[in-house]
Write a protein that binds this ligand. Structure first.
Ligand SMILES: Cc1cc2nc3c(=O)[nH]c(=O)nc-3n(C[C@H](O)[C@H](O)[C@H](O)COP(=O)(O)OP(=O)(O)OC[C@H]3O[C@@H](n4cnc5c(N)ncnc54)[C@H](O)[C@@H]3O)c2cc1C
Length: 288
């Protein structure tokens, strides 16, 4: 018989986490379908559950002078509805496309990255935003850069005695613009075939000062396009999409599956990157 813990404080939760082999649950929208799926294949085993949803200190979206802070219980709906700067628009676009409204109301951004699915919509956005993940254990708190948090297919840097307590997103200059594009077999309730999160900061003349491009669902973990980012610095954002070539995506390693072949995924990612840069150029034009 499995135990179900639902502590009201982080301190209590961390004691449980340190002392027992428990499965943390926030919204449960990944955990429960996975459990049902395993049971369907005859695996009836289940771990004790550590439900963190009553820990009020993990709720809420706030800001300091330097960062936006998403508590570990911040849901996709909260992100979608929040008043946020244009640099977080990609994350908000993802929030409106994750599952359907019921999933958005329960599912958390932190739960999404802890699942570390290659098709998770949160990760490319947080990678482009240079987010940091705050982790707590009984021995203290540490921060891990998003680029180091997802360590492999469904693997993260979160230790068995730790919980994610928050996602920290550095603030960017106010002219920063972001966009998220996702290709699936249909418009809603769909697992991505490829997705791109793009962010750019341009000067008054429309030249790129900073650009970040992250591709998801095309490798075991989301990937930044570092060589393309470097090549675009100083270039005009208008027409930047036309400068993207296959060589910039050469380090991606997509798989063949029922949703699409590896070649199709790469082709889709190339088109999405170009479209994302064109979209950012449009935003920069409108803002000028
Ligand atoms: C019908 C449906 C549609 C979906 N559509 C999408 C989609 O379009 N895009 C997408 O990306 N995802 C989708 N998902 C997946 C899921 O809804 C999201 O990944 C969601 O954000 C998960 O958050 P959660 O709070 O429900 O996570 P949970 O299910 O509670 O947990 C997920 C994982 O994270 C761990 N975890 C959770 N919180 C913490 C914490 N604070 N510290 C340490 N570990 C933690 C859990 O142990 C578990 O391993 C869909 C799911 C369903 C059922």
């Amino acid at each position: 018989m499995a135990s179900y813990f639902r502590p009201a404080s982080l301190e209590e939760a961390l004691v449980i986490r340190a002392d027992a082999d428990v499965m943390p649950i926030a919204g449960g929208t990944d955990v429960y379908p996975a459990k049902v799926s395993r049971a369907g294949w005859g695996d009836m085993s289940h771990k004790d559950v550590l439900d963190i949803s009553a820990i009020t200190s993990l709720r809420g979206l706030s800001q300091s002078d330097t960062h936006w802070r998403l508590g570990a219980l911040v849901t996709w709906s909260e992100v979608a509805r929040a008043s946020l700067p244009a640099s977080l628009r990609g994350l908000q676009q993802a929030a409106r496309e994750v599952g359907g409204v019921q999933i958005q109301n329960r599912g958390t951004v932190a739960g999404n990255i802890c699942t570390a699915s290659p098709a998770g919509d949160g990760a490319p956005n947080l990678l482009a935003l240079d987010a940091e993940i705050e982790l707590a254990s009984r021995t203290g708190t540490r921060r891990v850069a998003m680029r180091d948090f997802i360590t492999g297919y469904r693997q993260t840097a979160c230790r068995p005695d730790e919980l994610v307590t928050a996602i920290l997103i550095p603030k960017l200059p106010e002219q920063a613009e972001a966009i998220f594009l996702k290709l699936g077999a249909r418009r809603y309730l769909v697992i991505s075939i490829a997705m791109v999160s793009a962010l750019a900061v341009c000067d008054g003349a429309g030249r790129i000062l900073d650009v970040r491009l992250a591709v998801g669902a095309c490798s075991a973990t989301p990937q930044r396009l570092a060589s393309l980012e470097q090549a675009l610095i100083g270039e005009p954002i208008a027409g930047a999409g036309a400068k993207v070539g296959k060589q910039h995506l050469a380090h991606l390693s997509p798989i063949d599956d029922v949703r699409g072949s590896a070649a199709y995924r790469l082709d889709a990612a190339l088109t999405l990157v170009r479209d994302a840069l064109d979209g950012l150029a449009g935003s920069a034009r409108r803002a000028a």
